[in-house]
Design a protein around this ligand. Structure first.
Ligand SMILES: Nc1ncnc2c1ncn2[C@@H]1O[C@H](COP(=O)(O)OP(=O)(O)OP(=O)(O)O)[C@@H](O)[C@H]1O
Length: 615
């Protein structure tokens, strides 16, 4: 865990930083905001930035003629130019977090412009999705341009109000709106249920100092692990393991690209009654927190953009909650680590009683909340990571809407996007120099990760009973795997030879999750396992020859291919299916893989393996 806000780095101490350490938090903001590509948010006084004129990019493909992809590209272009201009939506009427200490907040405050926490409980219907997205007159077009009754989001939106002044009707032209709504529905069904992405981090200083080698070769959506082993006669040989995923991101990929590949495609479908989850899995120190930390802020920025633009006048509201599971118990990270209870209602929906939800309408407030939550997380030092997450942290962005535009009733959940930064998993061997509490934490963490694996296995085997109750983590994750849900798993791996065993475990785990994907047949599973079996080939280390480094060039080539990948949709699932015969027919068939390997030594001690066929 690398969120050092307001935290001391004393060994074996759990730090529960209080949220009032805002100065430290803001000082540290810059570092991770930069990694999130949101450095413009660093200046807390920047809320006066002017709002750029927005055009209707018909984000969901309205306009016909394959407009979906084009619209998405235009939207992305708009986003990047928007970001380059260091501008973002802000709600000047929303007080910053720091001005409203939790002690002064009253539960149930319900001003749409207030930074108002709400309590999640069993009676608020929060866990049940709004049955159908019903914009008034949506399909008959009769009242498309009638603003919803009561206070809707755009009432306080400076951009929208300026539109009103210029006489432009709120809402999109009806044809486009209807088309885009229909396209939304299509879009929802076209996004794959489970997407598994692997991210390889660079070798760190410790690994370089130990002369550990980079044993992972990445391609566009596959990777090879070069596992050096010893025979009984102590001669070394290399075993190669090939894996195929939806995407493989190498050490040169930025957090922005990670977002584009993983979360960005699922943001729009949250408005279509979908619960989506993005979680990072991997050994301690593999980069889970580094990967997960920027994602919620980027996602909220896009959600707010959609709320302000595509879905304006629809009465959507965004709520943020942030809690952690530590030692099998739940703590509210936005409410002074208040202990929470998890309950199941009659419909087997999991409710977290007492969890504070904050209604938010600008990126700045969300940033402050995320900072506050991160500063309250439990971290500790393990043998493998100085700032290791000792908890599973769950940040949820919930989109809600008032029923029948009736503001007196609590808003109902439309969709939800959950981000889970899983605690680092450790082997017993890694814990030898840790104290008892750290070891017990490790055991608890391993238990929940094991429970997660059991659930995945049960789902994989179409078992009628899924052991979600095996841990708090799996109870929380339950709606990620069942019903109208989408899951993105980011498997983080270290490239170093010293982590080979962990890396293989992570990749096998990810392979297992991938096999849950919609449309995966047993045939595919067989192919998949056969694939990895066939491609585990051995090469004597004596054949390894040190030659000049071509590492940089190769990596760049690989990433030119990666960059050209379009948005993630069902066709990716299909292409995954379609790629199988290619694999079987020899593009990466065993003969290609068993050709002798050249091990190329880089000046910095990294190694580039060559000799496989690129796909
Ligand atoms: N892709 C990356 N590029 C550069 N540095 C990275 C990358 N991934 C991780 N790191 C660095 O590696 C270190 C460990 O990363 P991080 O804390 O995210 O690991 P973790 O998997 O969350 O560990 P734990 O499970 O113990 O919390 C951090 O210093 C982080 O900055």
């Amino acid at each position: 865990m690398n969120n050092g806000m307001g935290r001391q780095r004393s060994h074996h101490q759990r730090q529960y930083s209080s949220s009032d350490n805002s100065n430290g938090m803001f000082l540290e903001n810059g570092r991770w905001l930069q990694s999130a590509g949101l450095q413009h948010l660093q200046n807390n006084n920047s809320s006066s930035s002017s709002i750029p004129p927005l055009q209707d990019y018909n984000f969901y493909g309205g306009g016909g003629g394959g407009g979906g992809e084009q619209a998405l590209r235009m939207y992305r272009n708009a986003q990047s130019s928007f970001n380059r201009g260091n501008e973002y939506y802000s709600e000047p009427t929303t007080p910053p977090v720091s001005s409203r200490p939790s002690s002064q907040r009253k539960n149930g405050e319900d001003s749409s412009n207030d930074f108002s926490p709400g309590l999640l409980d069993l009676h608020s219907f929060d866990t049940e999705l709004l049955p159908e997205l019903q914009a008034p007159g949506l399909y008959d077009g009769s009242s498309l341009f009638h603003p919803v009754r009561g206070r809707s989001f755009d009432d306080s939106d400076p951009y929208i109000s300026s539109n009103k002044q210029t006489g432009r009707a709120p809402g999109l032209p009806d044809n486009n709106f209807l088309k885009s709504f229909a396209a939304d529905k299509e879009k929802t069904s076209s996004v794959a249920k489970i997407k598994v992405v692997v991210r390889k981090r660079p070798l760190n200083k410790k690994e370089l100092a130990k002369n550990e080698e980079d044993i992972i070769d990445t391609h566009s959506n596959s990777l090879t692990v070069h596992d050096t082993k010893l025979k009984v006669d102590l001669t070394e040989y290399v075993e190669k393991h090939e894996f195929v995923f939806d995407a493989v991101l190498n050490e040169e990929v930025s957090n922005d690209e990670v977002y584009r590949e993983t979360v960005e495609p699922i943001v729009p479908i949250i408005f279509q009654r979908v619960k989506a989850t993005c979680f990072a899995y991997g050994q301690t120190g593999s980069g889970k927190t580094y990967t997960m930390k920027p994602l919620p802020l980027k996602a909220s920025r896009d959600i707010l953009r959609l709320m302000h633009h595509t879905y304006r006048s629809q009465g959507f509201q965004l709520f943020v909650s942030f809690f952690e599971i530590y030692g099998g118990k739940l703590f509210d990270l936005l409410s002074d680590r208040k202990k929470l209870c998890m309950r199941e209602d009659g419909k087997q929906q999991v409710c977290i009683v007492g969890l504070q939800e904050y209604k938010v309408s600008d990126v700045e407030t969300i940033k402050d909340l995320i900072e506050k939550g991160n500063a309250s997380r439990s971290t500790g030092t393990t043998g493998a990571n100085e700032e290791s997450s000792r908890s599973h942290a769950i940040l949820q962005l919930a989109i809600k809407r008032s029923v029948d535009s009736n503001e007196s009733k609590p808003p109902r959940l439309v969709g939800k996007l959950s981000f889970i930064d899983l605690a680092g998993s450790e082997r017993g061997a890694d814990t030898t120099d840790n104290d008892k509490q750290t070891r017990m934490e490790g055991a608890e963490i391993n238990k929940s990760l094991l429970a997660l694996k059991e659930c995945i296995r049960a789902l994989d085997n179409d078992k009628s009973h899924i052991p979600f109750r095996g841990s708090k983590l799996t109870e929380v994750l339950r709606d990620s795997f069942v019903g109208n849900s989408r899951t993105v798993m980011i498997s983080c791996i270290s490239p170093s030879s010293g982590s080979c065993e962990h890396t293989l475990n992570t990749l096998r785990y990810a392979d297992r999750v991938k096999s849950l994907s919609k449309g995966n047949t047993s045939k595919k599973d067989v192919v998949s396992s056969a694939l990895n079996l066939k491609e585990s080939t051995t090469v004597p280390l004596s054949s390894v020859l040190p030659v000049a480094s071509v590492f940089e060039d190769d990596a760049n080539d690989a990433w030119a291919e990666q960059d050209e990948r379009g948005e993630f949709d069902a066709s990716e699932e299909e292409s995954f299916e379609q790629e199988k015969p290619i694999w079987e027919n020899g593009k990466l068939e065993p003969c290609n893989l068993s050709i002798s390997e050249d091990k190329i030594q880089k000046p910095n001690g990294q190694t580039k393996w060559k000799g496989y066929a690129k796909n």
